[in-house]
Design a protein around this ligand. Structure first.
Ligand code: HEM
Length: 132
């Protein structure tokens, strides 16, 4: 049964389940594992802080979300379809676990950040393909 998204523990659950889906996903899993060689013990706490900051107003995340994705697309081209898939899994995961205003906010914020990130990543892809 979906519940309200209210606490750090809820955010951790959302993030853990989301990346569980990502790791198993045929379109995205290999990018995290084989291209980025991601260290999950470092990545997951960073993502707890990132989403807790956005949804619950804490200030533990002090990073910059965009640059790692520009570096990533230089190694393995990230397409609009990858971002669509990412968002699809994100929405599916939030809906399976949570209901209410903060859950809706999580989807809205994911949608807006993914939209901007995709636009900027596609610009980087164009720069790379034109040799700049
Ligand atoms: C195609 C979609 C995406 C892929 C394949 C992807 C992949 C990755 C990878 C591999 C990293 C780790 C990079 C590193 O440590 O070197 C990362 C970091 C991160 N991603 Fe994504 N990502 C995607 C979309 C998004 C979106 C839409 C958001 C936000 C809504 C997001 C938020 C973040 C954040 C906050 C970090 C941590 C940045 C930091 O180091 O501070 N990602 N992503």
């Amino acid at each position: 049964m979906p519940k309200l998204l209210e606490t750090r523990e809820d955010v951790e659950l959302m993030v853990n389940q989301f990346y569980q889906k990502i790791r198993q996903d045929a379109e995205l899993g290999h990018i995290f594992e084989d291209v980025a060689h991601i260290d999950w013990d470092l990545h997951l706490p960073k993502m707890y802080d990132f989403w807790e900051g956005i949804l619950l107003g804490t200030a533990n995340y002090a990073g910059r979300p965009m640059p790692p994705h520009f570096r990533l697309t230089a190694k393995y081209t990230l397409t609009p379809e990858h971002f669509d898939r990412w968002l699809h899994l994100f929405f599916e995961n939030v809906d399976a676990l949570f209901e209410g205003e903060t859950a809706a906010d999580a989807k809205y914020r994911a949608y807006s950040i993914a939209t901007v990130m995709n636009q900027r990543v596609q610009q980087v892809n164009e720069q790379i393909s034109s040799g700049n």
